[in-house]
Design a protein around this ligand. Sequence first.
Ligand code: PLP
Length: 468
Amino acid sequence: MNRDNTYSAVMARKPEIMKASVGIDYSVFESGSISFDYERMMKETGYTLAEMQDIQYSTGVGNTPILELKNITALARKFAPQGKGARIFIKDEAANPSGSFKARRAANAVYHAKKLGYKGVIAATSGNYGAAVASQAAMQGLKCIVVQECYDSKGLGQPEIIEKARKCEALGAEVVQLTVGPELFYKFLLLLEETGYFNASLYTPFGIAGVETLGYEIAMQCREKYGKDPDVVVCTNAGGGNLTGTARGLIKAGAKSEIVAASVSLKGLHMASDEQFNKKSFTTGHTGFGIPFTTWPDRSDVPRSAARPLRYMDRYVTVTQGEVFYMTETLASLEGLEKGPAGNTALAAAFSIAQEMDQDQIILVQETEYTGAGKHIQPQLAFAKENGIEIIFGNPAEEVPGKNIILPAHPSMIKVKDSDMAKLRRSLVKNALEMTGKTPTEEDVEFLAKETKSDVEFVKNAISELKK
Ligand SMILES: Cc1ncc(COP(=O)(O)O)c(C=O)c1O
């Protein structure tokens, strides 16, 4: 049988392709309106925490160390008011086989694919997740294809994305490199259909539940070593799975840590723009993903995303590109730890937030990631210069993404910027109504209160403001 493989025909087959390639019938969790049964979805399609730990530990994933950054803490205390300057810790997720926490997501997804009898896995990602899936597929004996959005229309690729392509290939995956635009999703669907492989999406319940072990470990290790839970946990935020899984794991451990999301501010840059694609020096953990996914999680490659960060977020802060570059060098030169950009985004935020906290408090950055040739500061700054970005020292608060990168003239200038949480919450309510086109029922209002970590009254007010 010859299938119609035009763009519109493949897009129209999306629901069947998704169902066959993820093995989940999402319709059973749907209410028919805005709400759906998130917890049931997580329970019925996920694994228990103990099962996930077994799956992960059997491939060397998890159980990563927590390190205290004594020298960076001492530096933060120099700029903090008297008695302030919390102890700063990191969970060294770069110690995972593929070099990032994404190994936790991939271990579960690949295990599940194998259990269901799929011969291979496909992941659409330009990031660490591709390497994680490739590594797990190699360990568990499945084939692996990674589809990457890699180049602008001139064929120029971000050094970090090229670096990750190399890593995926080194780990035995076939890498399909595409230019920026709608082609990616089309190609992804076609490949799923042609190969019959499993869609190792970042956003399935197996993947997100895989990160719960990270949150759980944080609580257990901190209790054992420091006698208490961290007061604040900072998570680098993009699609929201990192924060969601970590927070769920902390909750499962009974921890009540404040959960802070941190992203690099790329305000004003358009992610889908060919011209602006190479004007950014960060490929994940930035607001270009963080804000849209936080305020409407169901824009991913599965019908209902298991990553729902606004349910768990107490605070959302941004830092600048220059601040993260500076922090990356500080971590290397003061602590002897050379790590990649994503974890250092949360670290730059933690450095600033620690100065608001008491000295006996603990602030923990819940990940590091590996670094490599394309992820380093030098290739990134050289690439930025080639793309017309001015690199200067000064006040990072004046950085304009796409125009300049301002490395802080002094570490005391590293300061988080708080996002307006009420605005983010109202934005989710607005998106939920607009995207579904439904009039909210009482059940929807309760669902939206959970989605936004607010209450029924807040949601009702937000809805009535929208009607004005
Ligand atoms: C190392 C690392 N940290 C953090 C993130 C952000 O995770 P999420 O997209 O789940 O918010 C990513 C995602 O690309 C990542 O690779």
